[in-house]
Design a protein around this ligand. Structure first.
Ligand code: ZN
Length: 155
């Protein structure tokens, strides 16, 4: 298995995220949502995002996928929460540069997600790692979904 070649510490953290993913589930109401799949591996992600005053206020993902795609979604949701939309999109760009083996100046701000840089050695897994970040980009580009039909009461 490809993961066995990754550094042990990184592997442990990636496995922790994939077996106990953070922010897994759905939000009571969601403004932005998207479903994306990665046909080469069979990964499916359903992502829901709420924003407020230009910040990522709530985020949750659901679906099923391999350990890399699940770990990546867990890491992405951890690190993106509370960021501005602009920063989230810049981080998504950084992540996709990183897994393609390109230099990223701001790699520290990716948090645990930076540990997935090992996938550059496994081109088949790059799409697994980037799925959650692509979903984030697309969800944020989706127009806000009306919240009235989900029982949201405006104060
Ligand atoms: Zn996968």
């Amino acid at each position: 298995m490809a993961l066995s070649k990754l550094d042990n510490l990184y592997r442990q953290i990636i496995m922790d995220h994939s077996s106990h993913p953070h922010h897994k589930g759905t939000l009571p109401q969601s403004q932005h949502q998207i479903e994306l799949n990665n046909p080469t591996c069979g990964d499916v992600i359903h992502l829901e995002v709420n924003t407020e005053d230009g910040l990522i206020k709530d985020i949750a993902f659901d679906g099923h996928g391999c350990s890399i795609s699940t770990a990546s979604a867990s890491m992405m949701t951890d690190v993106i929460l509370g960021k501005t939309i602009e920063e989230a999109k810049a981080m998504s760009d950084d992540f996709s540069e990183m897994v393609q083996g390109n230099e990223v100046a701001n790699i520290d701000r990716l948090g645990d997600a930076a540990m997935l840089n090992g996938v550059t050695k496994f081109p088949a897994r790059v799409k697994c790692a980037t799925l959650a970040w692509k979903a984030l980009d697309k969800a944020l580009d989706n127009p806000e979904k009306g919240m009235a039909d989900t029982g949201f009461v405006k104060h």
